[in-house]
Design a protein around this ligand. Sequence first.
Ligand SMILES: Cc1ncc(COP(=O)(O)O)c(C=O)c1O
Length: 433
Amino acid sequence: MNPSSSSPPAFAPEAEFARALDERDPLARFREHFHIPRSADGREQIYFSGNSLGLQPLTVHGLVEQELKTWAEKAVAGHFEAATPWYNYHRSLTEPLAAIAGARPSEVVAMNSLTVNLHLMLVSFYRPTRERHRILMEDCAFPSDTYAVKSQISFHGFDPAGSHRVATPRLGEETLRAEDLVQLLDEEGEKIALVLLGGVNYFTGQAFDLQGITEAAHRQGCLVGFDLAHAIGNIPLSLHDWGVDFAVWCSYKYLNAGPGAVGGCFVHERHANNPALPRFSGWWGNDPATRFQMHLLPEFAPSPGAEGWQLSNPPILSMAPLRSSLELFQAAGFQALHEKSRLLTGYLEYLLRRIPAGAYRTITPGDPAQRGCQLSVSTKVSPRALLQALQNQGIVADFREPDVLRFAPVPLYNRFEEVWRLGQALHEAAATS
Ligand SMILES: Cc1ncc(COP(=O)(O)O)c(C=O)c1O
């Protein structure tokens, strides 16, 4: 079963088949590196909400504990004398993050949280003019992005009603067609200052053709940024080679770094060393060589690369968990994870298709290249009752209005048998509703 081959894999609906896949799974052992939450009866939950909050790697506790100990024992000296000195702690994340983002190390930095980073990027990359002031987003973008974008448009003295352009799917369709986005760019590109899309849409699970969109947008002179909250650690990314201008992400979903964990940011190197770009500055973005020359009149001298957009000294306790998770990504290898991901999600899709028509409709694209691990399923069964029925069986998923349940089988810790159990539970719920 080769997920990258053109023919779809041959699945079977029996539990034995799912168990056999687990037995043959070269990544199965990675599940043992995570805490699996348990239900009230003590059994391990079947957790499909890694698209909301990833599970905790076992080594997180030790890494956070280590920093607490250093703080207790060394206090301020920890900045330079900790095992990983706090002064440059963020750099311990750079290489593995760059690998996952398909970036050069100088193009990425772990900092702040997603919406903060988005604002910082908009300050630098949204430079509206009377002729070119629109920001193009996808329909159903994550609300925080829309709030950020509209507030930036207003901040620049434009009216969001005229400058916030939303690309909508065709009538009767749930997801955007790549050719429609390209056509929109061809027709309206000269009025669009910035294209800002979710790499994977949080609601539909649709993964966009980030390379194609970047090329089409650049042909029209637009800049391009992506919200990778649902993409990073989920789908393969080559931000540098695709020429993306900037990207932002959070680390609490597929990067398993814990609630509110430090976010991340990518700035393409062609911008990253351009001191003429406007930016909101802070001392941590200043060149480390002169950062502490406080006796001189401080004139901001940005660090080269994405680090130049940092504002504050890094939150060590929030960064430590990310190190744990990135080590697991490195050990597993992203290509192998992606191949398993396609199989896991393909299997769920297969099982959903076997349920008699009418109860469920998968709105995530069927083409594996147009999705990550998440399937969003519109249901005729009362979604809240369904969610409850799943919960009663220890299955964790979530619900988004009006009728969509989201399931994200995550290759680092989910099993094929769990997907099979979900299929069974959905089947039973449809039969009894
Ligand atoms: C797609 C997307 N964008 C933005 C956000 C907001 O992230 P933050 O609260 O870290 O700013 C989220 C949060 O879940 C998200 O899913």
